[in-house]
Design a protein around this ligand. Sequence first.
Ligand SMILES: Cc1cc2nc3c(=O)[nH]c(=O)nc-3n(C[C@H](O)[C@H](O)[C@H](O)COP(=O)(O)OP(=O)(O)OC[C@H]3O[C@@H](n4cnc5c(N)ncnc54)[C@H](O)[C@@H]3O)c2cc1C
Length: 465
Amino acid sequence: MNTKRVHVIGAGLAGTEAAMAAARQGVRVVLYEMRPRKMTPAHRSGKFAELVCSNSLGGEQPANAKGLLQAEMRRAGSVVMCAADTARVPAGGALAVDRERFADQVTALIEAEPLIEVRREEVTELPPDGIVVLATGPLTSDALANALRQIIPAEHFLAYYDAAAPVVLGETINYSIVFRGGRFEQPDDYLNCPLTAEDYKRLHEAILQARKHVPHEWEHLEYFEGCMPIEELARRGYLTLRFGPLRPVGLRDPRTGQEPFAVVQLRQEDLAGRLWSLVGFQTGLKWPDQKTIVRTIPGLEQAEIVRYGVMHRNTYLNAPALLDATLRMRHQARLFVAGVLCGVEGYLESAATGWLAGLNAARVAQGREPVVPPEVSMLGGLVRFLATARPENFQPMNANWGLVPAVPGRKKDKRARRASMYYRGVTAFEQWLRSIGWTPAHVADTAANAAAVEAAVLKADPDAQ
Ligand SMILES: Cc1cc2nc3c(=O)[nH]c(=O)nc-3n(C[C@H](O)[C@H](O)[C@H](O)COP(=O)(O)OP(=O)(O)OC[C@H]3O[C@@H](n4cnc5c(N)ncnc54)[C@H](O)[C@@H]3O)c2cc1C
């Protein structure tokens, strides 16, 4: 056999998916992970695919762009989606997971795969031969980053600040103030801390007065607009938080029967409901100041913080300058890049690009051509964007409807239009999988999903077929 091995560096969301996709093509894989020997500033364990902040993989509805990417990943037999389905916790229309159980499940699935050899070591140089998938994420170790700088021009190594939100212990929440409820038609899976105008003023002042924890060397970096820390939002204007993560719309406090002035939402983190994270409350403030701020929120006066928010540097590559839509480096044919490092933002997007990079790395190892999913699929739209965006001002990208072409000739409402795009994307992706000889791993799931999707679409838009 002349098939080369695939080396996957990093066993996060992208790397685990890449390793499994390559192994399922019958290719031997070496998967390198430096944790727990060498930790990153954000990870806490040696488990694979550890979620470092929010425990949500995004909305599941057909009207949601992440929902389409989830559906595609299910059809691809994604290890991350499989683990997410077993570790699911209630979160309204979102797919949220018990993070411990999720990481345990991914780790177990990878370790049980005979074609994957796991090496617990930091990679400081690129492997001298074989096909390589780089999936070392936003916190790529310095030694490897330095090695990459030998082959990637410095101007294509980009970075921004990102931040994680605090998590509080459920038993320390005051349930006589905090009420259950989701916005509009969502189920009541969230806890809501109602703020009066006075409470909001106090909270805003406390945030402005708090001390930042920002290492000196990061001071020139930009924030990422999609994950803005609360201190930056508060600094931008008095009502910015109220129109952002603290918006009260669609929520009614049962004690007053009124919509509060602002609301801090809590999302369940674990199956037992013992841990709750503050939604959209990512912060890099000093820990004692975080405690003060959290305790000014009505219902959280006695809250115990079990994980504080952290700020971190987020490294990524200038994808349009370096990669093609198969996620291969244009001038380094044996190198593929996936996850945050290839310029996507988000757990699901990282996993999805990992799957494609792993699939293509295996194909190249077998002497076949790499492939690109159809442009009407969310993954196809995402990787086309990475390859063709303007390199001068490249910013990481999430799954969103702007990445896929509109459905021609439809003048229905937005939900129906999106449902049609969802249905079209799922169908095209499934056909494409078959055309490249990929057999979905979760056939029963996909059949059930397809039926549910079709019913939802036809209900929303009877002309969809
Ligand atoms: C603090 C923080 C908060 C975040 N919050 C969110 C959020 O709420 N929602 C969201 O969707 N995304 C969030 N992100 C982004 C998140 O990191 C990605 O969505 C996702 O984890 C990226 O997947 P990845 O596989 O690219 O990287 P990771 O999941 O980070 O995996 C990379 C892996 O590579 C390993 N590694 C690094 N260097 C080496 C080396 N030299 N040798 C061997 N192994 C190495 C690391 O230990 C790690 O396990 C956050 C990131 C951070 C750091």
